[in-house]
Design a protein around this ligand. Structure first.
Ligand code: NAD
Length: 493
């Protein structure tokens, strides 16, 4: 008897009713963990109604009281840290260390949202003008005072991807509810069990019914939420193709929208770079989370004679990666999320060979555990600059190495990408680093850092086809995204 992932509506678990289900598997073993209901439009409707009903009471609850729930929630997340870590390992396939990072970075977002009393404060400018025309009998002018208040906007929706099951939902709903909104979460069908537990713990912390609802489902559920009259704002994280659809559909329906999307990130290696830092940084960026990160550096651009030291060392480092189920001792790389991903990565490898790139290490030949969705670390050298390997997101452990003569040629490679999530440079030269920062054309820049992920206090600043919208997730942007500005101009006689 296989479990079904329930929805969480109005403060309780609700059994799905759809005839179409998705098999949520442990990607390291192929074991089916649960069935996920996909045609759940009726549940999505109930979730929005629940959030709409809860909005008034919650938005009128003092912000300090709202944050007390989040303080308790943070404590619960700490208490359940190991349980959540293991859930991520089982449902997503991450290594223990990666899963712990997923939970820790999520907790950072909850901590940041606990600062909502300061973060959503408005501003006042007394005596912004003086009115003289109202009463001619008065000698003195009447001052006008003006202030900006930040107020909640209503029901917000979050649609999240599979690759950070705990953290990415926590980019969204804690700040949204701290600011007085109510929220409907539609997590990835591939990691719905993690999301359900995350939501359930929020209720254990004392969140009132309806403030946070969760519904499972596929495109029909998402489309229902994007166009619902009672929904005011939509946050999305996922692939660029779906992000474009979500952005267009929800914008046309009059919603405030932020869509964090796909990526193809470049790392430039200068000949003068600290060699250990560069090798470590490139390996962790390209192979960490089995390459399934929007901040994965998947293209390394080697400048001048950097290949002389970089190539032998990167091959050696990649060969040391130990691929297995994430909680096996010594594991440094877990599986991909599913067999379809293995097929996609294998196709990318075949495409690279056909395009004439040199295969330095073939992940299809790694000795891999049986039964799961595994592929080993893969390295290509001399990758043609226009090939799919160099230009398209693979979302797997494949590093494409390109060679160029100069710093300017390397920066030109980053520019050609339609994406602009992140760009990284390893160098000893402040001049090169500054030139790179100013011209790379990406919103998150790493200097001698392989994964320049912003901590929760800063926005997640993707550019170009890696982001659609105006206000990013996290940091000050998220406070502005989840609040409406209200201007008050007043005078008294
Ligand atoms: P995905 O686009 O397949 O799915 C994301 C969400 O959209 C899921 O909840 C899914 O159920 C839903 N969805 C899928 N197809 C849909 C459709 N046709 N209509 C409406 N909803 C649909 O993404 P994924 O495979 O889960 O995640 C990987 C992608 O996410 C990668 O491209 C990665 O770069 C990106 N990502 C980006 C960021 C960022 O901050 N920029 C962070 C994490 C992941």
């Amino acid at each position: 008897m296989i479990n079904t992932v329930e929805h969480f509506i109005d403060g309780k678990r609700v059994t799905p009713s759809s005839s179409t289900t998705f098999a949520d598997i442990n990607p390291a073993t192929g074991e089916v963990l649960a069935e996920v209901g996909m045609d759940e439009v009726a549940a999505a409707e109930a979730a929005v109604q629940s959030s709409a009903n809860a909005f008034r009471g919650w938005s009128e609850t003092p912000v300090g009281d709202r944050c007390q729930v989040l303080f308790r929630y943070k404590e619960l997340l700490e208490q359940h840290f190991d349980e959540l870590t293991q859930m991520i390992v089982d449902e997503h396939g991450k290594t223990i260390a990666e899963a712990r990072g997923d939970v820790r970075r999520g907790i950072d977002c909850v901590e940041y949202a606990c600062g909502a009393p300061s973060l959503m404060m408005g501003r006042t400018l007394p005596r912004i003008a003086v009115s003289t025309s109202f009463s001619r009998e008065r000698e003195e002018g009447i001052p006008l005072d003006s202030s900006l208040e930040r107020v909640p906007i209503g029901v917000c929706v979050g649609v999240t991807p599979f690759n950070f099951p705990i953290m990415v939902p926590l980019w969204m709903w804690p700040m949204a509810v701290a600011c007085g909104n109510t929220f409907v979460l539609k997590p990835s069908e591939k990691v719905s069990l993690c999301a359900l537990r995350e939501v359930e713990l929020a209720y254990e912390a004392g969140l009132p019914s309806g403030v946070l609802n969760m519904v499972t489902g596929g495109p029909d559920v998402v489309n229902h939420l994007l166009t619902h009259n009672d929904v005011k704002a939509v946050s999305f994280v996922g692939s660029t193709a779906v992000a474009k659809h979500v952005y267009m559909t929800a914008s046309v329906a009059g919603k405030r929208v932020q869509c964090m999307a796909g990526a193809k990130n470049t790392m430039i290696i200068m000949p003068d770079a600290n060699q250990d830092a560069a090798i470590d940084g490139v390996i962790s960026s390209s192979m960490g989370n089995t390459g399934q990160r929007c901040l994965a550096g998947s293209v390394a651009v080697l400048v001048g004679d950097a290949p002389d030291w970089f190539i032998p060392q990167i091959v050696e480092a990649a060969k040391k990666i130990s691929v297995s189920k994430g909680d096996v001792s010594g594991c440094t790389m877990g599986p991909l999320i599913d067999d379809a991903s293995v097929q996609r990565v294998n196709k990318a490898i075949e495409g690279g060979i056909e395009a004439g790139a040199d295969l330095l290490l073939d992940g299809r030949e790694t000795i891999l555990p049986e039964g799961g969705s595994f592929v080993g670390p893969t390295l290509f050298d001399n990758v043609p600059h226009d090939s799919a390997l160099a230009m398209e997101e693979i979302f797997g452990p494949v590093l494409s190495i390109l060679r160029v003569d100069s710093l300017d040629d390397a920066i030109a490679v980053t520019h050609r990408s339609p994406y602009g999530n992140m760009a990284v440079m390893f160098t000893d030269s402040g001049y090169a680093a500054n030139k790179f920062k100013d011209t790379a054309g990406a919103g998150m820049i790493g200097i001698n850092v392989g994964v320049p992920a912003p901590m929760a206090v800063f926005p997640f600043c993707g550019w170009k086809d890696s982001f659609f919208g105006t206000l990013h997730s996290n940091g000050e942007d998220s406070v502005r995204f989840y609040t409406e500005g209200r201007i008050l101009v007043s005078r008294w006689f």
